[in-house]
Design a protein around this ligand. Sequence first.
Ligand SMILES: C[S@@+](CC[C@H](N)C(=O)[O-])C[C@H]1O[C@@H](n2cnc3c(N)ncnc32)[C@H](O)[C@@H]1O
Length: 257
Amino acid sequence: MSLDSAFESPQAKRQYVRKLFATIADRYDLITAVLSYGQDARWKKTLVSIADIRPGERALDLAAGTGDIAFAVAARGAKTIGLDITHRMLQLARLRSSGASARQALKDSHVEFITGDMTSLPFRSGAFDLVTTGYGLRNVPDLNTAIDEIARVLKPGGRLLSLDFNRPENAIVRAVYLAYLTVVGSTLGWILHRDPDTYRYIPASIRRYPGARGVADRIAARGFDHVTVIPLLFGLMSLHLADLPTEAPRAKVERSR
Ligand SMILES: C[S@@+](CC[C@H](N)C(=O)[O-])C[C@H]1O[C@@H](n2cnc3c(N)ncnc32)[C@H](O)[C@@H]1O
């Protein structure tokens, strides 16, 4: 499937993304460190530190990949599930249990990994206090469905934290940024996989993404409160925070009378 046809339908995107991450899984950690100039670990640390995690909480890390965020959340005492659509990414996450904090979290069964699709979560409603995701929302086949699923599995008052690229609003900044990512991505894709499209997916997905403000609007429109965007790296990246109301929205209360 070509890169352009990957965005033709939710099914095509799901299929493309799953194949892409299965291909790059074994080099994912290295590539992420290189492409973010080593900043990725710092951004994830920020996400976890502002998540206000209390021991015993139930957490779900979506698009968990090789487990960076899931392990860090579990290390703060939350019972954590990492879910990802790419089986190989989760195999690598489990292998990382040789690290000290990961080993402790696994030993106390504070973290487990499940293969699944974040637009159709295999959990009961209201099961989690916290949902995190790193570079998850940009990759889903349908953004609104993913946000609805997150809202469904969170308890009233539950928190969502998401880290992802932004789509710069300024047309010139956006053009330069996407051109830069296209050149770097094509080169890396050619060197590592003999396929320039492999990492060109990143700028292609950003181009079709609503950006930090657009994502915040969608999160708010789907019932979350206190939706906050924290810009990172001069606004090229962003963190979203939001929480569900502690009580059912008025319209729902009235309907249930
Ligand atoms: C860029 S990686 C991020 C991994 C990890 N969260 C991190 O921050 O390092 C994106 C991940 O999203 C996963 N993914 C893509 N679409 C998904 C979906 N519909 N449901 C669950 N995971 C998905 C991919 O398999 C991949 O592991």
